[in-house]
Design a protein around this ligand. Structure first.
Ligand SMILES: [Cu+2]
Length: 121
C-alpha cells in the first residue's frame, strides 16, 4: 500500500507539473519564443568606452566619441546620447575617457544609464 501511495503521489505531481506547463504555454500561445526575444530587446543594455566631446548644459545628453559596440552592431562613431538622469553629467569633463552603459528604451532609442571615468589599466 505504501508503495502504491508513493506511485500515486508521483503521478499526481507529474500531472500537476504538466498541467502547469500547459497552462503557462497556453497563455502565451505559439509566440512564446517571440515574446522572449522582444523582452530581451526591451531590456537590452550594452557598454563601451569613449571620450567625452561635449556635455549638454542642462545635463540631458553628451556627445561621445565611442569605440565599436558589437552588442548593438555599432561601429565606432561620434554621437549624441541622452543621459537617463542629468546627475550623470556631474563630474564629467570634456576630453575625459569614460566607461558607459547604454539602455535601449525604444527601437532606435538609447539612454546612458551609467557613465564614469574609465579606469587606467
Ligand atoms: Cu554611436
Amino acid at each position: 500500500m505504501k508503495l502504491s501511495h508513493i506511485a500515486i503521489s508521483l503521478v499526481a505531481a507529474a500531472a500537476l507539473t504538466t498541467t502547469g506547463g500547459a497552462f503557462a504555454g497556453g497563455g502565451h500561445g505559439h509566440n512564446h519564443g517571440g515574446h522572449d526575444k522582444e523582452a530581451e530587446q526591451e531590456e537590452r543594455t550594452a557598454e563601451s568606452t569613449g571620450k567625452v566631446h561635449s556635455i549638454a548644459e542642462d545635463g540631458s545628453s553628451v556627445v561621445l566619441e565611442h569605440g565599436p559596440i558589437p552588442a548593438l552592431r555599432w561601429p565606432a562613431m561620434t554621437m549624441e546620447l541622452a543621459l537617463a538622469d542629468p546627475s550623470l553629467a556631474e563630474g564629467l569633463e570634456v576630453g575625459a575617457q569614460v566607461h558607459f552603459v547604454l539602455h535601449q528604451t525604444g527601437a532606435t532609442d538609447y539612454k546612458i544609464i551609467s557613465i564614469e571615468p574609465a579606469h587606467d589599466h
